[in-house]
Unconditional design. Structure first.
Length: 150
């Protein structure tokens, strides 16, 4: 997902605005479209970097390519609290969706590496302009849930 931090006026609660929402696999994109949820398709690949312990993750979103070259470090840590977020996102036909997100991973592990951004579309320009190039942590096990409401 690509979101902008925001605060709801009535309650003062954090409620990020989704600029774009991505999924991997045509079936997921098709299912989202059938329910009027706007979801863009992303392609991704993972490989090992020869001669190192690093992994190379490549994600292509439209004309933007994100490449992360790095590895997990340190010990795994049990995740004690669920990760909860609330988003607002534009659906198809001008519809606005509220999305409540809960992730309950079992473990996390810090990552070190380098994230690079290539491309000239809006996503690439926004990411290149951002001083933040943070990836991680890596989460293992558990489950996640996204609840869409209007």
């Amino acid at each position: 997902m690509w979101a902008v931090a925001a605060t709801e006026q009535e309650t003062g609660a954090r409620r990020d605005v989704l600029v774009d929402f991505f999924g991997v696999g045509g079936g997921l994109v098709q299912a989202a479209g059938n329910t009027k949820v706007k979801l863009s398709e992303a392609q991704s690949s993972v490989s090992k970097v020869p001669g190192t312990d690093n992994e190379l993750y490549e994600v292509r979103i439209g004309k933007t390519r994100l490449t992360w070259n790095g590895r997990a470090v340190g010990d795994s840590t049990r995740v004690e609290q669920p990760i909860q977020e609330s988003w607002l996102g534009k659906g198809t036909s001008g519809m606005v969706w509220g999305v409540d997100v809960t992730f309950t991973p079992e473990w996390s592990r810090p990552l070190v590496g380098v994230l690079s951004v290539e491309g000239k579309d809006d996503l690439a320009k926004a990411l290149k302009a951002s001083p933040i190039r943070f990836v991680g942590p890596r989460y293992y096990g558990g489950k996640g849930e996204l609840r869409f409401s209007r």
